[in-house]
Write a protein of this length. Structure first.
Lengths: 202, 208, 322
């Protein structure tokens, strides 16, 4: 396995093409959950889990179902239904087996279904790792990896944001900037700082 | 009649998706790099919104409550796929520049929110107008942001160069610029809203 | 019953007259570097510093007047931001670069958050990143030092990044050149000796602490030495420390009270983090210098560092067990 390629995907997904700060996928839960650190971490972990599993499932469906039958244009409908069903299933399983886990993680799962981030990463995988209907070598592995690191990037942005927003509670932010506007300004400056990673080559 | 008209106008003014309800942020930031993209996305979203609102409203009494959300998803996804295919056929350049955000219209918070909050509780006529109003409001919001970003960030509007010799701030076309522009515009709209409400309060209670 | 508890963010400086004292002392410590920049780069340096400082001060005064708050430009913080911003620019930028940068730094990075003590990111560095992202051609054109004409030339780090030259000998400069400032670069970063004098003064007066700068500089230098271009443990430690904006950043920007950790342990984390990031960007990233970005990125982590690394409360001792 090409270590440099793996590192490139990792740095790309976590820093350069960070889903929130650079691709703008997943902003609604980002703004909603980033007020405190604990829910932020829970949400982030849930997102990593859902993204990785969804990537695995949707890749398989795309490769073994949609391509052979020539119905790749149905990918949007198929992917979103698969994601919604999967999340529903996971929520039921968690609720049954661990109430504690459900209380800390499970309530964020429905929020993730209609989240641009999960559907976004599955479509991104298809665009990046399939050329003219054929998977490139190592496609499955890279797709899973890309989804995992995208989730990690999401978690990182959430953690940083929650730390900053908790601190902003104590400062004298101008009234019209309070809440969403200042959160956007913070995200904008974070995005500016992350631009330092552009051009990374291993 | 006035009530029906209100369903249309509220989406443009008070309940504007971008500045009032703060919904549909992901595509707003990503596609507002130029006016052309903004209008294209706005049109696509409006199409899906109106169609999905119509169907959801028509079948609202038939769908059981438990499978409400999956049913909405199927309906919306169908129209998004239609939109994708139409765009690929008749506007391929727009499809390329909008990129991943065309299929992502299916998870656009606005469409799901309007289906859930309005279309499944109101008649077809009102739902169509609501969809239209929200769509137009969304498009307007997109265009405002896109104009600011394109003029200051690329020195052009809808692809046409403006003042020669003006050196645009490229950052506005990039991610940080998008976030900052949206944040500042929302702050501005908050400021205008608070000024309006203080004026109203003054007029009612009389300033001291 | 009035609120007896006042909750606020750092700096929790005792004595309301201490802030101006510290700010003006830091400005004083930067005067040698400012004089050096005029000697090395000539009149353009004066123009840029003047525009930057004036814009920042005027902008702060305007904002405070418009929002009905007390005007506090005499505390020196806006002037300091302006000076640091100027130090991060090259000598041949047009006048509107420090103008726009100053407005961005004061209005957006400082006052949108609530003013002095409230900002999360270093205003001067954030403005520099903003200017670099907006007008990259202006921000990456550096002139030859001591040249009457504005002939562009590459800075040592730029040459290193391009890979065409690897050692000082090939670049045609010596360590003394780097130390005294006989090389291309931003206004305030080139004259190391002037910066070190100023930093020594601030350290002596205990307006800044040694933890952050030393951990920052040592980490960057060590990593560059260990992972040298020619092989392990063959990197040039001195070159990596003296080139670029490391000395300026480590002593004057990574020590800013508001945007860096409170506890000394936290400061070491901060310094090491900045060092690692600077090394990574210099070695693998697209930019030749990583100091500004590394400080900005670590700024984002400071609220979390402060939460989990609490400063030792003066007067308490660890509980004795048993």
């Amino acid at each position: 396995m090409d270590f440099a390629r793996i590192m490139t995907i990792a740095v790309s997904m976590i820093f350069i093409n960070n889903f929130i700060l650079s691709k703008f996928l997943g902003l609604c839960p980002f703004l909603g959950v980033s007020k405190e650190t604990k829910p932020a971490v829970s949400m982030g972990l849930a997102v990593i889990f859902v993204m990785t599993c969804s990537a695995v499932i949707t890749w398989s469906i795309y490769n073994y179902l949609l391509i052979p039958f020539g119905i790749t244009y149905l990918r949007t409908i198929t992917f979103i239904l698969v994601i919604a069903a999967f999340v529903q299933l996971i929520e039921m399983v968690i609720r049954k087996f661990s109430l504690a886990l459900y209380r800390s993680l499970g309530i964020y799962l429905p929020l993730i279904t209609t989240n641009c981030a999960v559907l976004g990463v599955t479509i991104l995988n298809v665009d990046d790792f399939f050329i003219q209907g054929k998977p490139i070598p190592g496609s499955f592995f890279f797709a899973t990896l890309q989804a995992f690191f995208a989730g990690v990037g999401f978690l990182l942005a959430l953690i940083i944001m929650s730390g900053i927003r908790e601190r902003l509670e104590l400062t004298d932010v101008p009234p019209s900037m309070q809440g969403i506007p200042i959160a956007f300004i913070v995200a904008s400056l974070m995005s500016l700082a992350f631009m330092g990673f552009s051009g990374f080559k291993f | 009649m006035k009530r029906l008209l209100h369903e249309f106008t509220k989406g443009i003014t008070i309940e504007n998706p971008t500045f009032g309800l703060i919904l549909g942020l992901c595509p707003t930031l990503a596609v507002s790099t130029s006016l052309g993209n903004a209008i294209g996305m706005g049109a696509a979203a409006t199409f899906v919104l109106v169609c999905s609102n119509t169907i959801v409203s028509s079948v609202r009494r038939i769908i059981p409550d438990r499978i409400r959300l999956p049913a909405f998803i199927v309906i919306i996804a169908t129209f998004v796929t239609m939109c994708e295919l139409i765009m690929k056929a008749y506007a391929p350049a727009l499809d390329v520049s909008l990129g991943i955000f065309v299929p992502l219209i299916v998870v656009n918070c606005i469409i799901m929110a309007r289906a859930e909050a309005f279309a499944c509780k109101h008649g077809v006529g009102a739902s169509i107008l609501d969809g239209l109003g929200m769509g137009v409001g969304f498009t307007l919001g997109l265009c405002v942001i896109a104009s600011v970003r394109e003029i200051l960030g690329a020195g052009s509007i809808a692809g046409k160069q403006l003042i020669p010799g003006f050196q645009p701030a490229t950052v506005l076309i990039l991610a940080p610029g998008a976030l900052a522009t949206l944040g500042l515009l929302i702050a501005l709209s908050n400021l205008m809203k608070s000024k309006k409400s203080t004026c109203r309060a003054c007029r009612k209670g009389g300033c001291g | 019953m009035p609120d007896k508890l006042i909750v606020s963010t750092s700096p929790h400086i005792l004595g309301c007259d201490l802030t101006p004292k510290v700010m003006w002392s830091v400005i004083g410590a930067l005067i040698p570097a400012a004089i050096a920049s005029v000697i090395i780069f000539g009149m353009p340096s004066v123009k840029i510093m003047a525009v930057a400082v004036f814009t920042c001060v005027a902008c702060e005064a305007l904002i405070q007047k418009l929002t009905g708050r007390a005007v506090t430009i005499h505390d020196g913080s806006a002037a300091l931001t302006g000076l640091l911003l100027a130090f991060n620019l090259s000598s041949n930028v047009p006048f509107w670069i420090p103008l726009v940068g100053g407005i961005f730094a004061i209005a957006l990075v400082k006052h949108a958050f609530g003013g002095l003590g409230a900002n999360v990111f270093n205003p001067a560095l954030a403005a520099r990143a903003f200017l670099l992202a907006s007008w990259p051609t202006h921000m990456t054109a550096f002139t030859r030092p001591f040249a009457a004409d504005a002939v562009t030339s590459a800075t040592p780090l730029m040459m290193f990044k391009e890979g065409k030259v690897g050692t000082l000998v090939e670049m045609g400069i010596s360590y003394w050149d780097l130390f005294l400032g006989r090389r291309g670069g931003c206004l305030g970063e080139v004259c190391i000796i002037a910066l070190v004098c100023g930093a020594a003064y601030l350290l002596w007066k205990r307006y800044i602490w040694w933890q952050t700068p030393f951990s920052f500089i040592l980490t960057t230098g060590s990593l560059c030495w260990i992972f040298g271009a020619r092989g392990y443990f063959q990197g040039d430690f001195l070159f990596s420390i003296l080139s670029g904006g490391l000395i300026l950043g480590a002593f004057f920007m990574a020590t800013d009270y508001v945007t860096t950790p409170l506890a000394h342990t936290g400061q070491v984390f901060f310094g090491v983090g900045c060092g690692v990031l600077t090394f990574l960007i210099r070695k693998f990233g697209g930019y030749p210098e990583g100091v500004s970005y590394s400080i900005l990125i670590m700024n984002a982590f400071v609220p979390l560092i402060d939460r989990y690394v609490k400063p030792k409360i003066y007067g308490t001792a660890k509980a004795v067990k048993g």
